[in-house]
Design a protein around this ligand. Structure first.
Ligand code: NAD
Ligand code: MG
Length: 401
């Protein structure tokens, strides 16, 4: 049966890889809906090419986009803003939601997809960092299926026994002998550079990832290793393990995408060329397999695979993520929010790359003094996120003063 897919964040890097796969397997998948935020010309071309039934654009662009589609004789329902994206995420015609919006902006639609019992291909790690317990509960209560496409988490998923893969309540790690998860990290463009060199880095240098081609925000997060910190939090929620059972190991080649260690000493790994089309294809077809078009891994051509311990003095954000996890949900929401503000300020050339960690740490400290309750509802989460954004913005102003 054809799977009907909504690609949220269709104009981004994950959107590109997903749509390439959907185009190559057009008989198995129908592109039912798309969303885009800024590159609306690109979104329009995607509408011409894939002829979805529905499309979501920012509220202010609904009328002009609808007129453009009409002039091109495309009969597509145009919806606007966050409410429009949420409406698509829970549309009864949609089987699968690809959650590929970047940042906190992806949370409402990802949560809506879980509440509507969809099959969710999760790229939007920030949704779990902000609302892990809520997301996992919504998946469980509504019989949704959560398939990670972040490459590390997809690798771990593939290395877990089928019984755990298919149990949304995720209570069986111990019974199945899972001792530890190993998240691999490339180290990004500054792995072999000093803290001082990182301090002087331009935006262009920071987004120039050695192994992966990705959106701007995640590329900068990779340069500071905040990305691995967010992934640590993502993994803890997805696989229901404490932070102490998840290890980060530097692996600059990005060939092993992550590993699961079992009590008998076995360590299972998933390997492949660093190309997001592999994890996305895995999740699209799960539990079957489809061709992804990814360059096969040539083991004969591989040089040595290296593994080292992360330098937490240089990559402060990774330490902050562990501390935030130990502290709880308020802290992980605050860390994510502060980081989004700090990354935006770095892109605007207001602050240095290394200031991102300083802003994040100060915001966490200031947040800890607010004596707030741990949020139970999405509105409370968004309120904490907003407060942390204000604190981070104030921090940036203090830095600039
Ligand atoms: P990107 O910047 O290339 O694309 C982001 C998408 O989100 C675009 O379609 C954009 O229009 C949309 N968007 C941005 N702001 C929005 C808003 N306020 N409201 C609605 N839509 C908005 O990002 P990406 O690299 O594709 O990453 C997307 C997500 O996937 C991120 O959470 C990232 O961490 C995760 N991820 C990406 C990769 C990768 O290789 N790119 C790998 C693993 C995980
Ligand atoms: Mg990743």
């Amino acid at each position: 049966m054809t799977q009907r897919i909504a690609v949220l964040g269709a104009t981004g890097s994950i959107g590109d890889s997903t749509l390439a796969l959907l185009a190559a397997h057009a008989t198995d998948f129908e592109v039912y809906a798309l969303s885009g935020h800024s590159r609306l010309d690109k979104l329009f071309e995607l509408c011409q090419r894939f002829k979805p039934k529905r499309v979501a654009v920012p509220s202010a662009a609904v009328d002009s986009f609808a007129q453009r589609l009409q002039a091109a004789k495309l009969d597509i329902d145009v919806v606007g803003g966050e409410a429009g994206i949420v409406d698509i995420a829970q549309d009864s015609q949609v089987d699968t939601v690809v959650a590929a919006i970047v940042g906190a902006a992806g949370l409402p639609s990802t949560l809506a997809a879980a509440k509507a019992g969809k099959r969710i291909l999760l790229a939007n790690k920030e949704a779990l960092v902000m609302a892990g317990p809520l997301m996992m509960q919504a998946v469980k209560d509504n019989n949704a299926t959560l398939l990670p496409i972040d490459s590390e988490h997809n690798a771990i998923f593939q290395c877990l026994p089928r019984a755990i893969q298919q149990d949304n309540s995720q209570i069986h790690q111990q019974e199945h002998g899972v001792r530890k998860l190993w998240l691999t990290a490339s180290g990004g463009p500054f792995l072999h550079q000093s803290y001082e060199q990182m301090q002087a880095a331009s935006v262009a240098q920071a987004v120039n990832h050695p192994n992966w081609s990705m959106g701007q925000k995640i590329s900068i997060d990779s340069a500071t290793m905040m990305n691995k910190g967010l992934e640590l939090i993502e993994a803890a929620h997805l696989f229901d393990l404490p932070e102490s059972q998840i290890e980060v190991v530097m692996h600059p080649q990005s060939i092993i995408h992550s590993m699961v260690e079992y009590s008998d000493g076995s360590v299972l790994a998933q390997l492949g060329s660093p190309d997001m089309k592999t994890p996305i294809a895995h999740a699209l077809a799960y539990p079957e397999r489809i061709a992804s078009g990814v360059q096969p891994l040539d083991l004969f051509a591989l040089a040595a695979l290296e593994f080292t311990r992360p330098d937490l003095e240089k990559f402060v954000c990774l330490r902050l993520a562990r501390e935030a996890m130990q502290s709880g949900l308020l802290a992980t929401i605050a860390l994510n929010a502060a980081n989004e503000i700090a990354v935006a300020a770095f892109i605007d050339e207001q602050v240095k790359l290394t200031d991102i960690a300083l802003i994040n740490e100060q915001t966490l400290d200031n947040m800890a003094q607010q004596s707030l309750q741990s949020p139970k509802h999405i509105d409370d989460i968004i309120a904490v996120d907003q407060l942390a954004r204000q604190l981070a913005t104030a921090q940036i102003q203090a830095l600039l003063a």
